[in-house]
Design a protein around this ligand. Structure first.
Ligand code: NAP
Length: 276
C-alpha cells in the first residue's frame, strides 16, 4: 500500500475541475486523480496536462453510478488505504433557454448535483484520513435560491440540527412537487439548479457537524464554496473568471494547512466565509 498522499477531483475532464487538477498538480505533495465519467474525455484531459509538464493520474468516475463510485472507493482503499483530499466538483446545469419541462430539469439536476454528490460522500468520506480536506463545489445560486424559499423552508435549511435524512426528504419533495406543479405553492423557488446547490451547501454543513461529533480528533476540514462566475461550458464565455481563477477558492480549501482549525462547515466564495 502506498503512503503517498492522494487527492481526487470529480468531474475534472474540463472546466473548473480541470483547472483544480492543474493547480493541485503544482501544489499538492502527492498523487492527484483527474476523474471523468467518460474515460476517453478523461484521458484526453490528462494528456493536455502532461503537455504542460504535469502528471495527473486518471480514474473513471460517474457520480450518477453507484457502482462506479464503489470501484473508485475500493481502488483508493487498496492502493492508498484511504484519501487525503476530496473535491466534489462534478455538476450539471440546464441552459436558461432549454425547453425541457421543469419537472424533468428538476429530477435530472438533483440526481447529479445533490444525490450523486451525496453518494460520493457516503462512500468516500469514511476513507478520508486524519487532516484530510473535503471541498463541495456549490454556488452562490444556493444562497439566492435560499432567499427565494418560504420562511419555513429557509428555517429548515439554516437549521443547526437538520439531519441528512431530513435534507434528502426535502430534496426528494422538491422533485415530487415540481411533478405535481405545486413547488411554488409549497414554498420552493423556481430554480432546479439553485435548489440542488442548496442541497450541496446544507449537506456540507451537516457533514461537518457529523465530523465534529464522530471524528473530532481527526482534524478533517470540510466546506462548501462557490468558485465564482467562471468561463466554462456551463457558464459561457461572458463569465468574469478564467477556470484557473475559479479553481482558487476550492484549491485554497483543499490545501488548508495541517495546523488550521477552520474554516469548517462553512460556505465560502473568494476565500471568504459567507453568511448562510
Ligand atoms: P462544466 O465545464 O460543465 O464541467 C462540469 C464537469 O462535471 C464536466 O467534467 C462534466 O463531465 C462533469 N460531470 C457532469 N456530470 C457528471 C457525472 N454524473 N459524473 C461525473 N462527472 C460529471 O462546468 P463547470 O463550470 O466547470 O462547473 C464545475 C462545478 O462548479 C459545478 O459543480 C458547477 O455547478 C459549479 N459552479 C460553476 C460556476 C460557473 O460559473 N462555471 C459557478 C458556480 C458553481 P462531462 O464532460 O462528461 O459532461
Amino acid at each position: 500500500m502506498s503512503n503517498v498522499p492522494v487527492a481526487v477531483v470529480t468531474g475534472s475532464n474540463k472546466g473548473i475541475g480541470f483547472a483544480i487538477v492543474r493547480a493541485l498538480c503544482k501544489q499538492f505533495p502527492g498523487d492527484v486523480y483527474l476523474t471523468a465519467r467518460d474515460t476517453g474525455r478523461g484521458q484526453e484531459a490528462v494528456a493536455k496536462l502532461q503537455e504542460e509538464g504535469l502528471h495527473p493520474l486518471f480514474h473513471q468516475l460517474d457520480i450518477d453510478d453507484l457502482q462506479s463510485i464503489r470501484v473508485l472507493r475500493d481502488f483508493l482503499k487498496e492502493k492508498y488505504g484511504g484519501l487525503n483530499v476530496l473535491i466534489n466538483n462534478a455538476g450539471i446545469a440546464f441552459k436558461v433557454r432549454d425547453t425541457t419541462p421543469f419537472a424533468i430539469q428538476a429530477e435530472v439536476t438533483l440526481k447529479t448535483n445533490f444525490f450523486g454528490t451525496r453518494n460520493v460522500c457516503t462512500e468516500l468520506l469514511p476513507l478520508v484520513k486524519p487532516y484530510g480536506r473535503v471541498v463541495n463545489v456549490s454556488s452562490m445560486a444556493s444562497s439566492s435560491a435560499l432567499g427565494g424559499c418560504s420562511q419555513e423552508l429557509q428555517q429548515k435549511f439554516r437549521s443547526d440540527i437538520i439531519t441528512e435524512d431530513e435534507l434528502v426528504e426535502l430534496m426528494t419533495k422538491f422533485v415530487e412537487d415540481t411533478k405535481k406543479s405545486v413547488h411554488e405553492k409549497e414554498g420552493w423557488p423556481n430554480t432546479a439548479y439553485g435548489v440542488s446547490k442548496i442541497g450541496v451547501t446544507v449537506l456540507s454543513r451537516i457533514q461537518a457537524r457529523m465530523l465534529n461529533e464522530k471524528r473530532k480528533g481527526d482534524h478533517i476540514l470540510l466546506n462548501a464554496c462557490c468558485p465564482g462566475w467562471v468561463r466554462t461550458d456551463m457558464a459561457g464565455p461572458k463569465a468574469t473568471k478564467s477556470p484557473d481563477e475559479g479553481a482558487e477558492t476550492p484549491v485554497y480549501l483543499a490545501l488548508l494547512p495541517s495546523d488550521a482549525d477552520g474554516p469548517h462547515g462553512q460556505f465560502l466564495s473568494n476565500k471568504t466565509v459567507r453568511t448562510w
